[in-house]
Design a protein around this ligand. Structure first.
Ligand code: ADP
Ligand code: MG
Length: 368
């Protein structure tokens, strides 16, 4: 079976973005020793840029020439893909066209590395590089997030509650690498913190048994090939208007609205793996036009919470009664009271209501 569309392009032209702040801070060295020699041996062309500040990758994305690169390799965690995608999407004339012709990929150098795990099943930089050299471009949905009067593109996840705290409240543990998420989770489980909120969702299905039975499969196994007619039909106006409007519009009448005083975790995303040891969204498919949601009940006891954490390493948390899972088309979260963090793709956002909907097949990733 052809697993992606288009032939794997030889001698790819890469823009390489190196984040010296990603993960434990070794991105430049990892690229130089584990990746660059392989790329050069494969006759790829490389333009290497080290990011010097937050939002630098966004500025770069806004200026990338059309037709110059086949792929953008982010030597980072998930922050640099988030920024570069947003920079590209910000171009009113040709943002969608650019995102539908240049594939995003990740050399795993961050704390999370969701892209590398989900697309290529590895956090080894050398194996990831070989897969990017051989990789084909696969179509993927992004998500539009509106908050206040702002709009951003999210490729990975939005988190309210426990996971947001883990993404952003464990910066002081950065030296631990990915272990900072586990240590943070245990500390918060002991505190049994709740994150009250109002939730409005456009539900698609709660029946995910069939979709999630191949827990360990990576997303490249879930992508049907696109025909050339489908490729031609990729929507060049995908960013132009939102189906459900913004967070400032009334909630559509067919959305389910509820208030949860005991929400521990309202975690939404498009990538199955969110870090090396968390298959948070085992039913996620990259271009099904849907967002996967995982919820934890705040009343869950400590031993159940530890079970949830352990089960999420293999995606089996969705079988536990204290966890909820569904596929939705869109949602809005309105925080009630105080919380410290909202995390979008692992980046910090204000504690204000946010609304999310799918941008179908808005971008490309390299996968093998
Ligand atoms: P991690 O997975 O460890 O969070 P990321 O790649 O997500 O790694 O990067 C974390 C943050 O580093 C992002 O917000 C990004 O904007 C920021 N960043 C990028 N370049 C620099 C730099 N030179 N100095 C400080 N921060 C930077
Ligand atoms: Mg990050």
């Amino acid at each position: 079976m052809q697993k992606a569309y288009g032939a794997a392009k030889p001698k790819k032209r890469f823009l390489i973005l190196v984040n010296p702040n990603g993960g434990t801070g070794h991105a430049a060295r990892v690229f130089k020793y584990a990746s660059e020699p392989l790329l050069r041996a494969a006759n790829c062309s490389l333009n290497v840029v080290e990011t010097t500040h937050r939002y630098h990758a966004q500025e770069i994305g806004a200026e990338i020439p059309m037709d110059k690169y086949d792929a953008i390799m982010c030597c980072s965690g998930d922050g640099i893909p988030h920024e570069v995608i947003n920079g590209m999407a910000s171009r009113p004339e040709d943002g969608a066209q650019l995102l539908q012709s240049v594939a995003i990929c990740q050399l795993p150098c961050g704390s999370g590395n969701s892209l590398s795990w989900s697309l290529n099943g590895t956090s080894s930089a050398s194996i990831a590089t070989l897969k990017m050299i051989k990789g084909r471009a696969i179509p993927v949905d992004y998500m539009a997030v509106t908050q206040g009067d702002k709009r951003v593109v999210s490729f990975l996840s939005q988190a309210w509650g426990l996971v947001a705290d883990l993404d952003l409240g464990t910066e002081h543990l950065r030296w631990m690498g990915g272990a900072r998420f586990t240590v943070g989770a245990i500390a918060r489980i002991i505190n049994r913190k709740a994150y009250p909120c109002e939730i409005a969702v456009k539900v698609h299905t709660r029946d995910v048994r069939e979709l999630s039975k191949h827990y360990q499969k990576y997303i490249v196994d879930r992508v049907d090939p696109l025909s050339s007619e489908e490729i031609a039909k990729l929507d060049p106006n995908v960013f132009a208007s939102l189906k459900y409007g913004s967070v400032n519009d009334p909630i559509p009448s067919d959305w389910e609205v509820s208030t949860s005083k005991e929400m521990a975790n309202f975690y939404t995303g498009k990538m199955p793996w969110v870090s090396a040891d968390s298959l948070a969204f085992p039913a996620a498919i990259p271009h099904d036009g849907l967002i996967d949601v995982m919820t934890w009940d705040g009343k869950v006891g400590r031993s159940d919470a530890v079970n949830l954490l352990v089960a999420s390493e293999t995606g089996r948390h969705i079988d536990l009664p204290v966890a909820g899972y569904m596929k939705i088309e869109a949602f809005r979260i309105t925080p009630i009271g105080k919380s410290d963090y909202i995390s979008i793709d692992g980046e910090s956002f204000p504690i204000e209501p946010y609304q999310v909907e799918v941008l179908p097949r808005a971008g490309l990733y390299l996968a093998h």
